[in-house]
Write a protein that binds this ligand. Structure first.
Ligand code: DX5
Ligand code: ZN
Length: 238
């Protein structure tokens, strides 16, 4: 199985963004992951389309915009126009939130089911822009909620931390979700995001993940090319 590593610039030095992207290219990273946070869907605020545009200007690598924002439909066009190739939205924006996370400031956001019509409207919106569609599930949201729309997706991103920060500990609840996607015959990209490193990656690759997102592990590495090579090698023989 071919493993692709997607480096999240969240852990990069923003004063030297172009250098960070060049480091990704040199090290064998296959995609750039941009963590967009709005201070509502998650407690923190990070970056928006302008940064996607800046990254676009310095690389040909595919860019994935991971939208951890409320009302993603309002911003899909802006991220597409800024140059993102893959637009990732959260399942939790398309269904009734669990009671414990309905109010502003209650995290993490979780749902048990999504409204497939609402989801399909955004799938169409993303496709109309010629971009790849990724749906994401938080650790507490069952991946089965995506069942009605799986056939319409290019990728599923399984969160292995509650979104909001890099540098958190990997949550093993993500592993059976990946295995379930493969067990029902989902053949598109299955990405994992949060706490990925040399210790946690083998189990997710064994379960069937083919895209590994990493922020802190990659950007704090003393041997970025060696570490990327080792992550990719996990797919050999699978
Ligand atoms: C979490 C973000 C992740 C995060 C990963 O909200 O979506 O992409 O930056 O960071 P690490 O790899 O440090 O867990
Ligand atoms: Zn992310």
């Amino acid at each position: 199985m071919r493993i692709d590593v997607s480096a999240s610039i969240l852990a990069a030095d923003f004063g030297k963004l172009a250098e960070a992207v060049q480091l990704c290219e040199r090290a064998g990273v296959g995609r750039i992951h941009v963590d967009v946070m709005d201070g509502h869907f998650v407690p923190t605020i990070t970056i928006g389309p302008l940064v996607v545009q800046a990254v676009r200007a310095c690389t040909k690598l595919p860019i994935a915009a991971h939208l951890m924002i409320e009302n993603p439909w309002d911003h899909i066009d802006a991220f597409a126009d800024a140059g993102a190739d893959i637009i990732g939205v959260h399942a939790e924006c398309y269904g009734a939130r669990r009671l414990a996370c309905r109010e502003h400031g209650q995290y993490p956001k979780e749902v048990d089911a999504i409204d497939p019509h609402k989801a399909r409207a955004d799938i169409r919106r993303i496709r109309d822009k010629g971009k790849q569609v990724c749906f994401t599930v938080n650790p507490g949201t069952p991946v089965q909620c995506l069942d009605p729309i799986l056939g319409d997706l290019d990728a599923v991103l399984v969160m292995s931390v509650n979104p909001g920060f890099s540098g958190q500990k990997f949550m093993p609840v993500a592993v059976p979700k990946i295995a379930w996607l493969r067990s029902i015959g989902f053949k598109k990209d299955v990405a994992i995001d949060g706490g990925v490193n040399a210790q946690t990656a083998p189990a997710v690759v064994q379960a069937g993940a083919n895209v590994l997102v990493t922020a802190s592990y990659f950007f704090s590495s003393k041997d970025p090319a060696g570490d990327i090579k080792a992550l990719k090698a996990l797919g050999e023989g699978l």
